[in-house]
Design a protein around this ligand. Sequence first.
Ligand SMILES: C[S@@+](CC[C@H](N)C(=O)[O-])C[C@H]1O[C@@H](n2cnc3c(N)ncnc32)[C@H](O)[C@@H]1O
Length: 248
Amino acid sequence: MFCGIWRRQNRFAIKCCYELVVFFTDINVQQKDIFLASEADAWFERNHQACLERDFANDDLVARIVARIVSRVSLHGGGPIKLLEIGCGEGRRLEWLAKNFNIEVYGIEPSAKAVEQACSRGVKAQRGTADTLPFETASFDIVVFGFCLYLCDRQDLFRIACEADRVLKPKAWVIINDFFSSTPMKREYHHKSGMYSYKMDYRTIFDWHPAYTCYEHKLTSHSLGDLIDDPQEWVAISLLRKVTTSNE
Ligand SMILES: C[S@@+](CC[C@H](N)C(=O)[O-])C[C@H]1O[C@@H](n2cnc3c(N)ncnc32)[C@H](O)[C@@H]1O
């Protein structure tokens, strides 16, 4: 117990020092650093209750796509399927997927509190951000970006795609669920000044490359259902297939 209190106090002290350094030096801080320092834990605190109430069986498009991939052995080459969710939060989607399908689930997430919760649910979660993945090359069959790209620094998008590509097996899948806009848009992040959220067509960070093909792209909305005309409401779920051959 003493160790737990000491660790929490230590984490708090590191966070305070970090915020002070940023305040006084005005160094070029990236959004991911702010998430690692405090905002990811704040997101966890704000949304914890709502996360617990989410029903992954009925309303989760990602789960439906994973079900289809898992059932088509010919499309993933057999053997245990390994799935990584980037920005996995407290891991409830991963917990649900592991309980319902025979797959191994991994997560990466900047919030220490969310990672602790995810691990307690049996998810192999680690603290980190999308641009540096602490996993071996060619180790995953499926990588899911579950509503995290809209928070990522624009200067990191090439690295993020490169890292996902590195950890994906030669025949693998990418699922992206995020805000959608046909032209890139930037908005103030209303929880913290100086931070932004970004909408765009996130398929494009992969499908310019000959190895990636978009199999599905569905526009929907957060709260209003399908076939919504208002572009402000659009979210997209995209399924991409990576197939690399030796001459690519
Ligand atoms: C909207 S939540 C989504 C959580 C979960 N994937 C879901 O679909 O319920 C966004 C998550 O992305 C995380 N996040 C923010 N910046 C990130 C980054 N650069 N890399 C990875 N995850 C990030 C946040 O901490 C937060 O948990």
